[in-house]
Design a protein around this ligand. Structure first.
Ligand code: ADP
Ligand code: ZN
Ligand code: ZN
Length: 743
């Protein structure tokens, strides 16, 4: 068979989708795969040019005769571009997307922006003369000139922006002094460095025994050149960050680089400062608030070897370090590591793939590891490192469970249980701080009973049904439908319906009940604006408020030593999302929230308010017992063949016409059934969780198989099949492997 290579001649971003096709001579077939650098004849003059192979195919785009041939493979040095292209090809293969979408994900340089020119204003006469000038300006009431000169006498040089923006001195004033040769404006090129204002203290904690053991275990492998994936399971406050930094220090000392992934929401001043304190300006950050130009600069700095460590969310995984030695994924259980745009990659698996290509190690850290990762650690695919004690030997907090059904029976219809109210009262007296956490994840219309806690579930899928228009309850896995009940099928109470409560409402209730308390609220509304989020956190850290109310935003890795009480207002809300990971999320959120309590000198307490006091995820979270949770959860997954026991591929059909999407889904479903793949299970077609977005209808098929490779193979066959089917043109079909956040 003849093979063809699609080649990018110029990697600069704009031309990513401009590939050129070449014939692969038979002698080179074995050597050519995505990422390889090749020499090809280019243009009319057939000038020999280098390019990168992005795809190998057996389909000629044009007339075979018109295609030129690849000349040779460029041997030797592997460039960073080659590594990233190979990674993009891996992502395309494993998650389904076009090569172009995959490339744009790994090479996210939108355009070349000019490095910003930095201007400074300096004094260019001696101090005595300047002092004389200053007196002169004052006498003549040239206040602006006088002010600038005065500042320069104090500081000798000041950045141009500071002068114009902070001191409010106009450009013409500067020009006037420049003309009189009193000051001069100096230009110098500098890279934008978003963290340069932190101080480099070189501080490093003396590791405790557990920390040292974890570090030693990983370093022993790395120094032998063995690169593995480690799961660092350390309770909240066990000092995982210190472990990361110790490993990074070793890796960078050996001339290699490290990437630290952190959920965007935890990428706070506090975290960055700790890294900067230890590594100084060899560290840089990436986040969504950086401008396009700043991002590009970070890539350049990484590529040019000016930094060794990058901290950032998911996308920082593609930092172009040529000698990558270590990738750390903190809070590895977080849903935000899964991309929601094509290719729908998971940063964890992708990090492992990148590390394998680069000869690097991966450390996944969490107090509540994902069931997926823990399962892999148990099966020996990852190495497990454990830290069971808090770093400063503080005891884990004492947790109380409050049964909300009993509160209702006892006549308390407030969202604050009597126990929680009493504890808040006590903390306010002692001037200790309180976090109130509203678990709002997934208030997606499930229906529950306030008297008995009963939740309406799908008889086939063990996920909650969600309420749709006209009072219909719908299962988003199998399409099962039934009318919403008027009274509880379990206890006949009329208190059955959708659960609604927002942070704002809770703030009102808290203020009314505790008028003496200072209350802060953190949610999407109060954190708008550039540093809104950071401002609330630091106000609370500075003890400007007694109570902080918030959603998942407040539980992520923050360290408030004066917090000794955490109230979890409705622990179950995340339990009823139409998602097989609901119990896992519930356990994680409660454990993480509880972990905010008692991190300082005073011991902490936690109140968990729930309708399900006997549910294993609640009981295990109360005891901070990950093992107990895992054992119960993995049994459920095994019973229902959900990941990680089995794998799931979601096929999403979207179209402007509902029938078209439905027909395409039914057609493919029939085809998949006909293929008779052993041990494969097909569920659907059904409407997606969000059945319609902007008048685009969404239908889904779920395919389950214990072997991930079988699912990838099926995806490849479907893609191939679709290539020749113009009649599917109006229906867009995408894939999502082991989906995380519903669809
Ligand atoms: P985790 O990420 O596991 O929740 P952190 O790394 O944030 O924990 O550490 C919790 C607290 O303990 C931090 O304030 C940190 O500075 C402190 N800490 C961690 N390790 C040590 C150590 N070996 N010596 C002193 N303090 C430590
Ligand atoms: Zn009931
Ligand atoms: Zn169902």
């Amino acid at each position: 068979m003849a093979y063809y290579a699609n080649i990018i001649i110029d990697i600069s971003h704009e031309k990513l989708d401009r590939t050129f096709q070449y014939r692969i001579p038979e002698a080179l077939t074995a050597q050519i795969h995505p990422g390889v650098c090749v020499c090809v004849p280019f243009g009319r003059g057939n000038r020999v040019t280098q390019g990168y192979v992005v795809e190998v195919t057996d389909r000629a785009q044009f007339d075979e005769e018109r295609l030129k041939e690849v000349i040779s493979v460029v041997a030797g040095s592997v460039t960073i571009e080659a590594q990233l292209i190979a990674l993009a090809a891996w992502m395309r293969k494993n998650y389904g997307a076009t090569m172009n979408q995959a490339l744009k994900t790994v090479i996210p340089i939108k355009r070349k922006s000019k490095a910003r020119e930095k201007r400074k204003i300096c004094l260019c006469m001696d101090r005595n003369a300047a002092q004389e000038q200053l007196d002169h300006f004052r006498k003549k009431h040239n206040t602006a000139r006088a002010r600038l000169l005065e500042e320069l006498l104090n500081h000798s040089e000041i950045s141009y922006e500071v002068v114009t923006q902070k001191l409010n001195i106009a450009a013409n004033v500067i020009r006037a002094l420049e003309e009189r040769q009193i000051v001069k404006v100096v230009h110098d090129l500098e890279y934008r460095n978003p963290v340069s204002h932190f101080s480099h203290t070189g501080y490093q904690a003396k590791l405790n025994e557990e920390q040292q053991q974890a570090v030693d275990a990983a370093l022993a492998d790395m120094r032998r050149g063995v690169h593995k994936t480690y799961l660092l399971h350390g309770v909240t406050g066990s000092g995982k960050t210190e472990v990361y930094m110790e490993l990074i220090a070793d890796v960078t000392a050996r001339g290699r680089q490290a990437i630290v992934l952190i959920p965007e929401i935890a990428l706070t001043y506090q975290t960055v400062m700790r890294f900067y304190g230890r590594f100084g300006d060899r560290v840089s950050i990436m986040n969504s608030r950086l401008s396009q130009g700043e991002r590009y600069d970070q890539f350049l700095r990484a590529k040019n070897g000016e930094i060794d460590v990058v901290i950032g969310p998911r996308s920082a995984l593609f930092t172009p370090f040529l000698h990558l030695g270590l990738i750390i994924i903190d809070e590895e259980h977080e849903g935000s590591y899964k991309s929601e745009t094509l290719p729908k990659y998971h940063a964890r698996e992708t990090a492992i793939a990148r590390a394998q290509m680069a000869g690097a190690s991966v450390v996944l850290g969490s107090a509540t590891p994902s069931v997926d990762s823990y399962y892999k650690a148990k099966m020996g695919e990852y190495s497990l490192l454990e830290m069971k004690k808090r770093a400063l030997e503080q005891p884990l907090p004492v947790c109380h469970i409050v049964d909300l059904r009993e509160e209702l029976t006892n006549g308390n219809r407030s969202i604050l249980s009597l126990r929680l109210q009493a504890l808040i009262e006590g903390r306010l007296k002692k001037k200790q701080q309180i976090l109130l956490f509203l678990n709002r994840r997934g208030v997606s219309g499930f229906v529950s009973c306030r008297s008995c806690g009963y939740v309406i579930r799908c008889p086939h899928c063990d996920v909650s049904l969600s309420l749709h228009r006209h009072g219909r309850l719908l299962c988003h896995y199998c399409g099962h439908e039934e009318p919403a009940p008027v009274v509880c099928p379990n206890c006949a109470s009329r208190y059955i319906g959708g659960f609604k409560a927002g942070t704002q409402k809770i703030e009102d209730i808290v203020k009314q009940r505790f008028p003496q308390a200072k209350v802060l609220r953190m949610d999407l509304d109060t954190t708008k604006g550039k540093d809104g989020y950071e401002k609330i956190l630091s106000a609370f850290a500075n003890q400007e408020a007694d109570i902080l109310i918030g959603t998942q935003m407040i539980v992520k890795g923050h360290d408030f030593p004066n917090v000794t009480l955490v109230g979890i207002l409705a622990a179950d809300l995340s339990m009823y999302v139409a998602d097989y990971r609901a119990a896992e999320r519930t356990f994680q959120l409660i454990t993480q929230a509880a972990g905010r309590s008692g991190r300082g000198k005073e011991p902490g307490e936690v109140v968990i308010q729930t309708y399900n006091p006997k549910h294993y995820s609640i009981l295990a979270a109360k005891d901070q017992d990950y093992q107990a949770f895992y054992r119960a959860e993995i049994a459920v997954r095994r019973l229902l063949s959900y990941p990680p026991i089995s794998h799931m591929m979601l096929i999403l059909f979207t179209a402007g016409q509902e029938e078209a999407a439905g027909a395409a889904a039914a057609y493919l479903a029939a085809l998949i059934r006909k293929a008779r793949i052993d041990r494969l299970r097909l569920i659907g077609p059904a409407s997606a969780n969000i059945a319609k977005v902007n008048d685009i209808y969404r239908k889904v098929l779920y395919v389950k198989h214990s072997d991930y490779g079988q699912l990838v193979g099926l995806k490849d066959r479907i893609e191939l099949f679709l290539k020749d089917r113009a009649d599917f043109g109006k229906v867009n079909i995408t894939f999502d492997f082991d989906p995380m956040n519903g669809v």
